[in-house]
Unconditional design. Structure first.
Length: 277
């Protein structure tokens, strides 16, 4: 029987994040071979994952960050079953590690992220391994990215909600503006940047709701269309980013706030994700 030293156990633990006893047992089973020990831990993760496949992984960590040149940003949610695990420093560190890799590699979508290499295995394999280590269902809950002239990010306190936004002008003086926009998105949850982002199905539905309400209020039939269109305008003001009242100054819209900074400045796109969504 191969002798397993404390140093060997610690090395495997640092590489995988598994517990001391799990690492020792894996090394014993693998006769001291580190690669085989990692496979042992991974197979354990597969067994745990199959047993917990029907569990809901509704807790987790949501983070957003941008590249050093502020031209690429990413938002990620790594999910687990309990808030206890979500608050664990190792779990938060793992999420940060995956996000750092995504930023450095400018990973555009979740499929490519799952294939990204991390500590000698893919992200998908790493999450499966951690399922065995932690004993809970661990999965990639959400991933989105933006590449633009200036990308900003905001992660809300508690790591449960984050946003990223792409602006059309790259200038260091607009970095704080971008952060303000991201905080606006987090707080007010717009469904699009402007009216053109709202699908026709949503518009038709909102228009019908407005017409029905006007009829219930006893408004004259010939006025129904005009009243409904007016209420649709209010819908745009409440639900499109550029028309929303700025949370830091309700007297101006986000659009006017941007124009104050630069007449050509605008938001091209944004992403928002929260575990309570």
């Amino acid at each position: 029987m191969t002798k397993i030293s404390a140093s060997d156990v610690n090395t495997l633990r640092k590489k995988t994040g598994a517990g001391m006893m799990d690492c020792k047992n894996a090394l014993v089973e693998a006769n001291g071979d580190f690669d085989k020990a990692i496979d042992v831990l991974r197979k354990k993760g597969q067994k745990v994952a199959s047993k917990r496949a029907d569990r809901d992984a509704t807790e987790g960590v949501v983070l957003a960050r941008v590249s050093d040149n502020s031209k690429f940003g990413a938002l990620i949610s790594v999910n687990c079953e309990t808030d206890f695990v979500a608050k664990n420093e190792d779990f938060i560190s793992l999420t940060n590690q995956i996000l750092d890799g995504a930023i450095n590699g400018e990973i555009m979508n979740s499929d490519d992220l799952k294939k990204m290499s991390i500590n000698g295995m893919t992200v998908e394999e790493k999450l499966l391994e951690q399922t065995g280590v932690i004993g809970e269902k661990i999965e990639l809950g959400f991933y989105a990215s933006i590449k633009d002239e200036l990308v900003s990010a905001y992660t809300h306190h508690g790591n449960k909600l984050a946003t990223i936004a792409g602006l059309n002008i790259n200038d260091s003086e607009f970095i704080e503006v971008g952060k303000d926009v991201c905080m606006q998105i987090a707080a007010m949850n717009p469904i699009g940047v402007s009216e053109s982002d709202i699908s026709q199905d949503v518009l038709d539905k909102e228009l019908e709701i407005a017409k029905d309400l006007a009829r219930k209020e006893g408004k004259p039939e010939q006025m129904i269309e005009k009243i409904a269109l007016g209420r649709l305008g209010k819908f745009f003001k409440e639900n499109t980013l550029l028309k929303q009242a700025f949370i830091k100054d309700g007297k101006k819209s986000i659009e006017s706030y941007l124009k104050e900074k630069n007449s050509g400045l605008t938001v091209n796109s944004f992403k928002r994700f929260g575990l309570s969504n």
